[in-house]
Design a binder for this molecule. Structure first.
Ligand SMILES: Cc1cc2nc3c(=O)[nH]c(=O)nc-3n(C[C@H](O)[C@H](O)[C@H](O)COP(=O)(O)O)c2cc1C
Length: 207
């Protein structure tokens, strides 16, 4: 199959991208409106932008509460979605009116942050407190690519082993195409290969 983008509708591009860029981690983003209403919404167009200073980015197709809130208050928190939280995460994607706080509505607990006014989701084992760095707008809708600097990381010791986050304990979920999700507990190790190791063990022999 081959498609030239100009022959595709917006929905078709969306479906192809969601099936190709996979699996995607989910940033469960809490934010505060200018009136102080806590908002919570999942975003799987999510990635690391820079490791030091730690910066992350995600894309929010507008017009939605998350980009509006972050534009107004310049802060947000990224909460990690685990298997146990998946159903409630999905409910926070319901289009509630702006005055409704998804967090309370779906039975989650707001926990104060240290450096931002936006609360964290207590039930999630890992949080990143973020300060807005940049918002880039793309397309007619537009989509907002939001970049934040991570001011602090919160990690529940219950998801760590020997001081490190253990994926078997974290049980994060990822997003696939359509309505599919993936678990992250079926994983394997593949160490990086140095150039010396490559030459010694991996280089294809040419006759
Ligand atoms: C798993 C999942 C991932 C999602 N990822 C995105 C995303 O990356 N960008 C986006 O704009 N919407 C995404 N959505 C849809 C938003 O969460 C949904 O439109 C939500 O109502 C927006 O809430 P808000 O108006 O409170 O910001 C996703 C939904 C789900 C369930």
């Amino acid at each position: 199959m081959f498609y030239q983008t100009k022959e595709l509708s917006g929905k078709e591009c969306y479906q192809l991208l969601n099936s190709l860029v996979t699996p995607r981690p989910i940033a469960w983003v809490s934010s505060l409106s200018a009136d102080g209403v806590v908002n919570l919404a999942p975003h799987s167009y999510f990635t690391v932008v820079c490791t030091y200073p730690p910066m992350i980015g995600f894309s929010a197709g507008g017009p939605k509460d998350t980009p509006r809130n972050i534009q107004a208050t310049k802060e947000f928190v990224v909460n990690v979605v685990t298997e146990e939280l998946t159903e409630r995460m999905n409910l926070t994607a319901v289009e509630f009116p702006p005055e409704v706080s998804e967090l309370e509505e779906v039975g989650l607990t707001a926990e104060p942050s240290r450096f931002v006014r936006v609360p964290r989701v207590k039930e999630s084992p890992m949080h990143m407190e973020c300060r807005l760095v940049d918002i880039h707008e793309y397309g007619p809708r537009p989509a907002y690519f939001i970049i934040g600097e991570v001011l602090a990381f919160h990690i529940d010791p219950q998801v760590t082993r020997n001081g490190k986050v253990d994926p078997a304990l974290l049980k994060a979920v990822g997003r696939m195409g359509g309505a599919y999700y993936t678990r992250t507990t079926d994983y394997f190790e593949l160490p990086r290969v140095s150039y010396e190791e490559y030459q010694q063990h991996h280089k294809h022999k040419r006759s």
